[in-house]
Design a binder for this molecule. Structure first.
Ligand SMILES: Cc1ncc(COP(=O)(O)O)c(C=O)c1O
Length: 369
C-alpha cells in the first residue's frame, strides 16, 4: 500500500459507532439541522436547492462567509474542500515532493506529516515535549529548517497537546521559514475555542498573507457530518492544487456548503454554544485531574477542546484504551498506537455527557490499579 495505516482514524472507525461515549473526540458537540436552524433563527429551503455540481473552488456564498473570518483574505483566496482531510491531502500533494524536507510539530494530527513521509519527503519532527509543558523550542526549529525545507506545518490550537502558539511565536516561525524560502501552513480547525480565559488565537493569515490556513466545520463548529473544510491561501498555492482536485472530489456537495455558509454567517452564536459546553466540561476536567494527581501528570491545555494527560505509573495505554472501549463503552485514543507517544491518552472535553464519561473512566482506573 502506498499510504501508511492511519492508526488514529482506524481506532475511531473501530469504535465510533459502537460505544456510548466518544470521550476522545476532538470535535465539539454535534447538532441536528433543526438545532442549527433554531440557533441561527434562519432556515434553508432545501426544496429549492438545485442538486447539481457546485463550482470547484466552492459556493460563492460560502467562500464569502469564510473570508470574513480573516482580516486579509478575499473570497477568491478561499478554496472549499470536502472536509479538512481533503484540504490536507491537496496541500501535501501539491506542495511537497520526494526529497523535500517538511518540518512538522510532533505529536500532531498524523495526516499533517504522515502523507508527506509516504510520498517520499523527509519529515523532521519539531517536538512539543511534555517536560517543557508542550511549549515549542525555537532553537530546535532553527536547527531543523534548511534549504531543503518546503513547508513548516503547525496545528494551532494543537491536537493532541492543547498547546497554543501566540501571535509572537507564529511570527517567529514565519521569520524562520522566510529565511529558508519555506512556506508556513497552520491547520486551524480548533480556532475559536479557548480555555481558562486564555486569549483566542489569531489566524496565521492575519499576521502574514503569504501563509496558508486550513479549517473545518468539524471541530470548533461541531458539524463534522457536513464534511466541509477549506484552505485559505495565496492564489498561486490554490492554483497548484486546483488540478489535483479534479482527481479527488471535484467539488463539495451543494447542500453541505449551504449549511456551512449559514453556520459561518452565525459563527459567533455557534462558537458561543460550543464554548459554553467546553467551559462547563473544563471545570469538571480540572476537578477530575486534581483528584487523579497521583495517576496523571497533566499539562493544562491552552486552547481547543482536547488534552493529552500522561500516566505517571507505567501503563500500557493501548491495552487500557482497548478495555475502555470494549468493556466500558468509552472511546479514548491511546497515545502509543495513535500518536506514537507512549504513556499518554487523549481526552476531548467538547462533548455532551462529559462528566458521566469521566466517571466511567474513574471506575476503570479503580479497577486497573
Ligand atoms: C488537527 C486536525 N486537522 C484535521 C482534521 C480532519 O478533520 P475533518 O476531516 O473532519 O475536517 C482533524 C480531525 O481530527 C484534526 O484533528
Amino acid at each position: 500500500m502506498k499510504y501508511s495505516v492511519f492508526t488514529l482514524e482506524e481506532w475511531f472507525d473501530r469504535y465510533e459507532f459502537k460505544v456510548d461515549h466518544l470521550l476522545g473526540s476532538s470535535s465539539c458537540a454535534g447538532m441536528t439541522v433543526n438545532e442549527l436552524f433554531d440557533l441561527t433563527g434562519e432556515t434553508i429551503d432545501f426544496g429549492k436547492t438545485r442538486l447539481t455540481a457546485a463550482p470547484v473552488g466552492g459556493l460563492p456564498e460560502l467562500q464569502e462567509a469564510i473570508a470574513t473570518w480573516y482580516k486579509n483574505t478575499s473570497p477568491g483566496e478561499v478554496f472549499v474542500t470536502c472536509s479538512s482531510t481533503e484540504a490536507i491531502f491537496l496541500l501535501v500533494e501539491s506542495l511537497v515532493g520526494a526529497g523535500d524536507s517538511v518540518v512538522a510539530m510532533f505529536p500532531m494530527y498524523p495526516a499533517l506529516y504522515q502523507l508527506a513521509s509516504d510520498i517520499g519527503a523527509e519529515v523532521r519532527k519539531w517536538r512539543l515535549r511534555h517536560e517543557n509543558q508542550f511549549r515549542p523550542d525555537f532553537a530546535e526549529l532553527e536547527e531543523l529548517v534548511d534549504e531543503t525545507t518546503k513547508l513548516i506545518v503547525i496545528n494551532n490550537p494543537q491536537n493532541p497537546t492543547g498547546n497554543v502558539m501566540s501571535d509572537e511565536e507564529l511570527r517567529r516561525v514565519i521569520a524562520v521559514a522566510d529565511r529558508a524560502g519555506a512556506k508556513v501552513w497552520v491547520d486551524e480547525v480548533f480556532r475559536g475555542i479557548t480555555v481558562d480565559s486564555n486569549p483566542a488565537t489569531a489566524s496565521v493569515r492575519d499576521l502574514d498573507q503569504s501563509t496558508i490556513s486550513s479549517g473545518s466545520m468539524s471541530k470548533s463548529f461541531g458539524l463534522s457530518g457536513l464534511r466541509v473544510g477549506w484552505i485559505a491561501a495565496p492564489k498561486e498555492v490554490l492554483d497548484s492544487l486546483w488540478h489535483i482536485r479534479y482527481y479527488t472530489t471535484v467539488c463539495a456537495a451543494t447542500i453541505d456548503q449551504q449549511i456551512a455558509a449559514l453556520a459561518h454567517r452565525f459563527r459567533d452564536v455557534i462558537l458561543a454554544r460550543n464554548q459554553a459546553i467546553v467551559d462547563e466540561n473544563f471545570g469538571v476536567l480540572q476537578e477530575w485531574m486534581a483528584e487523579k494527581h497521583g495517576i496523571f501528570d497533566w499539562v493544562k491545555p491552552l486552547g481547543g477542546p482536547i488534552t493529552f494527560p500522561k500516566f505517571i505509573p507505567d501503563v500500557d495505554t493501548d491495552e487500557f484504551c482497548l478495555q475502555l472501549a470494549e468493556k466500558y463503552s468509552v472511546l479514548v485514543p491511546p497515545g502509543n498506537y495513535t500518536f506514537d507517544a507512549e504513556g499518554f491518552i487523549r481526552i476531548g472535553y467538547g462533548m455532551r455527557r462529559f462528566g458521566e464519561a469521566m466517571e466511567i473512566v474513574s471506575g476503570a482506573l479503580d479497577e486497573y490499579f
